[in-house]
Design a protein around this ligand. Sequence first.
Ligand code: ZN
Length: 334
Amino acid sequence: MDRVELRDDLPTPELLRPDDVRIRVRAAALNHLELFVVAGLPGVTITPPWVLGADATGIIDAIGDSVTTLAVGDSVVVNPGLSDRTCEYCRAGEQPLCPRFGILGEHHPGTLAEYIVVPAANVRTIPASVSAEQAAAFTLVTLTAWRMVVSRARVQAGENVLIWGIGGGVALAALQICKQLGARVWAVSGSDDKLRRAAAVGADELLDRNKVDVPRLIRDRTARRGMDVVVDNVGQATWDQSLRSLGKRGRLVSCGATSGPIVQMDARKLFWYQWNIMGSTMGNDAEFDAVVGELRAGKLLPVIDSVHPLAEGRAAFERLQSGEQFGKVVVRVS
Ligand SMILES: [Zn+2]
């Protein structure tokens, strides 16, 4: 974390391609991803000074010659996932599968800056009624959770969904989406305070992982049926419990492994119980349009933990690293 500092000597980025836009950033938000970038990711070489941050909202300040869908002065949010838009996956509308897929702040300069330059295809307008803090906190977690819950796991009304690590941004967005779909959500945390707050967001069942055996309690309370869906972004520390919580025909969906990447599975249970184990990363253009539609309608508004001025950006990172946050850590830029 000592490597995170505020720099006032970086040049204002210029438009590189005719389909680029430049955004004057009003607010940005942190994601767990940034902690990995700061700590060092295998295969990702960061050369300081490197601008962190994937999420941003702001006002368009310049547009390239071929941009027709956006205008200077528009209030916008950004899809942090960049793709080449030419490969077979991109042409099929599945941009997160692009071989050249990259994320702002990890593979491209990030959003914790006064100005960012991104392709117009990654930008959508939002109404002035959405606050800068909410808009900044919204995109990455809601887009990621939407793809997991709606497109991949296809959660249905009345289904039981277990969500680990409630308090994290993706987990909270998944909770909100599941409730909107009419599912029953079982939220897990090691913190009483986070569980109480999850109940206020809509969680139906609250499980303190330090006090109960999660899979056993689920078996008891569901007459041994188990969960229809498990959302597990924790990985190594929870994987076995996730599988023991999963019912027949259950779906496990993962978009992260914050506790460690290596997991084990008994293949006999996989085929006998006819499970589906699914991965998910970020979201495609159609999913981005869908979540921006929710934001424009004032739905799925993100839970915000704290807002920090850019000058105190280090404090925002320390808050994220503490693991004590409930919801998004936002940085106010201008
Ligand atoms: Zn592609």
